[in-house]
Design a protein around this ligand. Structure first.
Ligand SMILES: NC(=O)c1ccc[n+]([C@@H]2O[C@H](COP(=O)([O-])OP(=O)(O)OC[C@H]3O[C@@H](n4cnc5c(N)ncnc54)[C@H](OP(=O)(O)O)[C@@H]3O)[C@@H](O)[C@H]2O)c1
Length: 353
């Protein structure tokens, strides 16, 4: 049996925990092992929130605790509680990849602190401040093939970018887009307070997450253009947080150079879902967002909501589980990257079918 790739997680919040759980809920645990987690919270809370999850339900495995270890299905994971990258002896874990899920590090100089502290390479659970701050930004299914194995800092983009880029790419191929306007309706996140409270930089994010629909800033348009340079200058985006726990939607408006119809758009979207089965799904059932909780796709296109105004003004609705879909894409990107890494001991990885 070949060696497993050794992973660590920095920041064990929503995405860190979903990443661990996605690994244990899939065959990926035959390929990867998590050997360390760094998270400021105490071990009791980490074990408790691994076991019980209001969004994804009870963990479908065994969760135990040892001395500074979290034990998942009998595997021991070393736990530290440092706030700074250099406060952890990462070198001692003989890591292959650190999955950075704290959301606190987005510039090259900040991310390189982990490398200087003994991590060989990082996969980031958010977009970096700019394209040049990381070696590659990946949306799995679109550009993972650019990974050659010599990268040190790789970003997995955002959940919203993973959801919309495959859809925009397919629409542009089929109908040539003139303009795209994206409105993300995103579930609440832990950077919002339950009741009004201070926020370091955003007045609107001081407001109770469960009481209001809250517009927030977004770098989505830049993120899309980073992945689809052929759409540079054509994309505008805004983001609105809505008081649901999980599952988000993108209200997408595009104008096309070609004359289109609802049927023509939906035929292309069904073809996309057929060709990218694990990543994109198509639905025409009368669903509400909660129906897509724990859905591993990057995007689910709701064909029942497709509208066309005139000959070329199109409106689509795209659902995505912002936590679970994204956590599964982190695994996919890792799987592809791993096949190209130059590791001291050869590792044989299966790519997902
Ligand atoms: N949630 C989503 O839907 C989603 C989807 C895709 C990508 N992302 C991205 O993933 C990142 C994490 O998001 P999240 O929703 O998982 O946030 P979260 O639930 O707040 O989790 C972040 C965790 O990291 C911890 N942390 C803070 N500073 C740290 C440090 N210096 N070192 C180690 N851990 C630290 C936090 O502890 P404290 O609470 O004590 O600060 C928290 O437990 C963000 O960049 C986000 O944009 C989120």
């Amino acid at each position: 049996m070949s060696a497993k790739l050794r992973l660590a997680i920095n920041g064990y919040g929503r995405i860190g925990r979903c990443f661990l759980r996605a690994l244990y809920e899939s065959s990926a645990c035959e390929q990867f092992e998590i050997v360390a987690i760094n998270e400021p919270a105490d071990l009791d809370s980490m074990a408790y929130l691994t076991r019980f999850d209001s969004t994804h339900g009870v963990f479908p495995g065994e969760v135990d605790q040892g001395k500074q270890t979290l034990i998942i299905n009998g595997h021991s994971i070393k736990v530290t509680h440092a706030e700074k990258p250099e406060s952890v002896d990462w070198g001692a874990y003989n890591l292959d990849v650190l999955v950075e899920c704290s959301g606190r590090y987005s510039s090259r100089s900040e991310l390189m602190r982990f490398i200087q502290a003994g991590c060989p390479r990082l996969l980031l659970s958010q977009p970096a401040d700019g394209a040049a701050e990381v070696d590659q930004t990946i949306v799995y299914g679109i550009n993972e093939h650019v990974l050659k194995g010599d990268e040190v800092l790789v970003s997995n983009a955002s959940c919203t970018t993973n959801a919309i880029v495959p859809v925009l790419a397919a629409l542009n191929r089929a109908f040539s887009l003139e303009h795209a306007f994206l409105t993300t309706l995103h579930s609440v996140m832990n950077d919002q307070p339950l009741i009004d409270g201070y926020h370091r930089s955003d007045l609107r994010r001081t407001r109770s997450a469960m009481q209001s629909i809250v517009p927030v800033s977004t770098g989505l348009a830049k993120g899309v253009e980073r992945l689809l340079p052929e759409l540079a200058g054509k994309v505008v985006a805004k983001a609105i947080r809505v008081p649901t726990l999980n599952v988000s939607a993108i209200d997408l408006m595009v104008t096309t150079k070609q004359v289109v119809s609802v049927e023509a758009i939906n035929t292309q979207m069904q073809a996309l879902a057929h060709n990218a089965k694990r990543l994109v799904a198509y639905s025409s059932h009368p669903h509400a967002s909660v129906d897509f909780n724990h859905n591993p796709h990057s995007a689910i296109i709701d064909g029942s909501q497709t509208r066309v105004n005139g000959e070329n003004f199109v409106n689509l609705l795209v659902w995505f589980d912002n936590e679970w879909g994204f956590a599964n894409r982190l695994l996919d990107t890792l799987g592809y990257w791993a096949t190209h890494l130059n590791l001291s001991s050869p590792v044989q990885f299966k790519q997902p079918a």
